[in-house]
Design a protein around this ligand. Structure first.
Ligand code: F6P
Length: 363
């Protein structure tokens, strides 16, 4: 009988609670025992009450809840081998032999490392007298499945991460509110949105709200972007537009990787065009709040698929990450997805923006 634990890790995202609900209920429906690890990897390292058995009704109503109701953390202890050894020990104490992790690329990389190290962690537990040979015998392999929860939509290999559409929706609503006041006063607004090193939220918000100009990290503006942006905005104003919206991704930079700060844009709009300009940093309202319908659906379908992947895994199976590609729920190789994502970051570092743009589409 499989004992499957689910955990959320890294930054929270809308839909994570629904993911936990789906994994718990599908595990129980498949005849497995379900556990939740509270507070991310920290809970795995601390063990005890932080790893709890979950019953069907424990996750009632979680589908529409924002954030993650089992908590999350960015855990330093798990990055070191002694922390992972404690985590492995705690899993054996609870009898857990499969782990479903919902998080970003960092959390998923940690998970795969844990799986690869697993046999040597078992040896160490025995050699240190923490467990007996008989204790570890049933735990030869650790079964890991990844689910991508992040508002940033920054993982290559999937079309959407759990939470990104809720965040985009929140950004669009906020821009709608700003639009009304901008229109009234004929003002310009520079709006900074989240996304870390990824421009998806900024770009899609720009498309969805009809922004005048958008700055994203993967495709920085031309060398003389100041002039280009001002000319475009002047043209829009000449056509009768009463408001100006410029969206800046928090990771935006120019072609020499100098950060483009909203303040720089504000100054340009005020001094060169004479627009009465304000800056709005949307911040964490983009991350909290209830998930939209799409994220609830993604959380449920992917949570179910994760349990199926656990049940079908053999010792030879490479760790999968559950993705959505062209509207189909699919499994991809976890390590490869993370590698492709890291290649985008590397392409940006070496200023190969064409490769960065292609990398975001990579399957
Ligand atoms: O990865 C999600 C995210 O919200 C990013 O968009 C942002 O850069 C970061 O997390 C903020 O992290 P924190 O909540 O730790 O400030």
């Amino acid at each position: 009988r499989k004992r499957i634990a689910v955990m959320t890790s890294g930054g929270d995202s809308p839909g994570m609670s629904g993911t936990v609900r789906a994994v718990v209920r599908q595990s129980i429906a498949s005849g497995c025992t379900s556990y939740a690890v509270f507070e991310g990897y920290q809970g795995l390292v601390d063990g005890g009450e932080m790893i709890r058995e979950m019953k069907w009704e424990d996750v009632r109503g979680w589908l529409s809840e924002g954030g993650t109701l089992i908590g999350t953390a960015r855990c330093k202890a798990f990055m070191e081998r002694p922390g992972r050894l404690k985590a492995a020990n705690n899993m054996i104490v609870k009898g857990i032999n499969a782990l479903v992790i919902c998080g970003g690329d960092g959390s998923l990389t940690g998970a795969d490392k844990f799986r690869n190290e697993w046999p040597s962690l078992m040896e160490e537990l025995v050699s240190k007298g923490m467990r007996t040979e008989d204790d570890v015998k049933p735990y030869k392999h650790l079964n890991i499945v990844g689910l991508v929860g992040s508002i940033d939509n920054d993982l290559s290999s999937t079309d959407a991460t759990i939470g990104c559409y809720s965040s985009l929706q929140r950004i669009c609503q906020s821009i709608d509110f700003i639009d009304a006041t901008a229109f009234s006063h004929q003002r310009a607004f520079v709006i900074e949105v989240m996304g870390r090193h990824c421009g998806w939220l900024a770009l899609m918000a720009g498309v969805s709200c009809g922004a005048d100009f958008v700055f994203i990290p993967e495709n920085p503006p031309t060398e003389n972007w100041e002039e280009e942006m001002c000319n475009i905005i002047k043209r829009h104003r000449a056509m009768g537009k009463r408001k100006t919206i410029v969206i800046v991704a928090e990771g935006a930079h120019d072609r020499n990787l100098n950060h483009i700060h909203p303040k720089m844009v504000e100054e340009l709009l005020s001094t060169r065009i004479g627009l009465d300009t304000r800056i709005t940093t949307l911040g964490h309202v983009q991350r909290g709040g209830p998930p939209c319908a799409y994220d609830r659906m993604l959380a449920t379908l992917q949570g179910v698929e994760a349990v199926k992947a656990v049940l079908e895994a053999t010792p030879e199976t490479v760790s999968p990450v559950i993705c959505i590609v062209e509207n189909k729920i699919v499994r991809r190789e976890l390590v490869k997805a993370v590698q492709l994502t890291q290649e985008v970051a590397k392409a940006i570092e070496r200023k190969d923006f064409e490769a960065a743009m292609k990398g975001r589409d990579a399957e």
